[in-house]
Design a protein around this ligand. Structure first.
Ligand SMILES: NC(=O)c1ccc[n+]([C@@H]2O[C@H](COP(=O)([O-])OP(=O)(O)OC[C@H]3O[C@@H](n4cnc5c(N)ncnc54)[C@H](O)[C@@H]3O)[C@@H](O)[C@H]2O)c1
Length: 263
């Protein structure tokens, strides 16, 4: 997906600073491009620094503002350094989008619950559950100082229904729902909103082969809106939750999956 930056008028995130984890690839890249289009200055934080730099350059080439930072969301030192660097570069952080996860770029096994290794279970919980907590812990002081902020956590539709052979992933994404509600209660007094998005099975691979398209198409019959889901289908919900349009919404989860899960 390419981008064309909008004229300033109508930009819904103008003047905001957004930190997007896992922004180098897939849906995270789409959030980064769209947030920049909406006028945000964007920090793309990813394990894959060269990948994050490509996305940042794509935004800069359109006169947007973006920086790439190397972050492993399980590493407190890297997180602290990244937050410091972003605040130095942009002055503050208004939006934290906790998108990084073990999923496709950092792949997971798809095996029965009793065939999964303990090491992979722990790695999944570390990235997908501890990661958002460590990120929120590091960014909260900046938002508390501002007495405002938006934290958006990425869960998954699968947390509402379960999926065969991904018990560690599904469990981690269900944890994100409880994390979101508790964090919303703890940070509400500081004017900080915390919400979640639960995407459906999304064709997020950059160059998908036929097998991947078939696998992602498997979700179509369960949807009220019967088609493939693309990263661009999800970004509008993220812009809404990052913008002042959602100022009185917190602790909620928006399922963006074409009406497969209805809750
Ligand atoms: N694609 C789907 O079908 C789908 C469905 C529901 C939810 N989701 C969720 O949406 C988010 C994005 O999904 P995607 O398909 O774009 O995934 P992806 O695997 O394509 O991209 C994830 C990104 O996170 C980065 N990352 C992984 N581990 C990291 C770590 N420890 N520290 C920093 N960065 C790290 C990767 O380098 C990559 O850029 C994830 O939270 C995923 O669980 C995806």
């Amino acid at each position: 997906m390419g981008i064309t930056l909008r004229p300033e008028e109508g930009q819904r995130l103008k003047g905001r600073v957004a930190l997007i984890t896992g922004g180098a690839h897939g849906i995270g890249r789409a959030y980064a491009l769209r947030f920049a289009q909406e006028g945000a200055r964007v920090a793309i934080a990813d394990l894959d620094l060269p990948g994050a730099e490509i996305v940042a350059k794509e935004i800069s080439a359109q006169n947007g503002e973006a920086i790439a930072v190397a972050v492993d969301v399980t590493d407190t030192k890297m997180i602290a350094d990244a937050v410091e660097r972003i605040v130095d570069a942009f002055g503050t952080i208004d939006i934290l989008l906790n998108n990084a996860a073990m999923f496709s770029v950092v792949p997971m096994s798809r095996v029965g619950f009793d065939a999964l290794s303990i090491e992979e279970w722990d790695a999944m919980m570390s990235t997908n559950v501890k990661g958002p907590w460590l990120m929120a812990r590091a960014v909260a002081p900046v938002m508390r100082k501002n007495q405002s902020g938006k934290i958006i956590n990425i869960s998954s539709g699968t947390a509402f229904k379960g999926t065969n052979t991904q018990i560690h992933y599904v469990t981690s994404k269900a944890a994100v729902l409880g994390f979101t509600k508790t964090l919303a209660r703890e940070l509400g007094g500081d004017g900080i909103n915390v919400n979640a998005i639960a995407p459906g099975n999304t064709l997020s691979e950059e160059d998908p082969d036929d097998k991947t398209v078939t696998m992602r198409s498997g979700a179509i019959p369960s949807r009220a809106l019967r088609r493939l889901e693309s990263p661009e289908d999800i970004v509008g919900a993220a812009v809404f939750l990052a913008s002042s349009d959602s100022d009185f919404i917190t602790g909620q989860t928006i399922v963006v999956d074409g009406g497969s899960v209805m809750h």
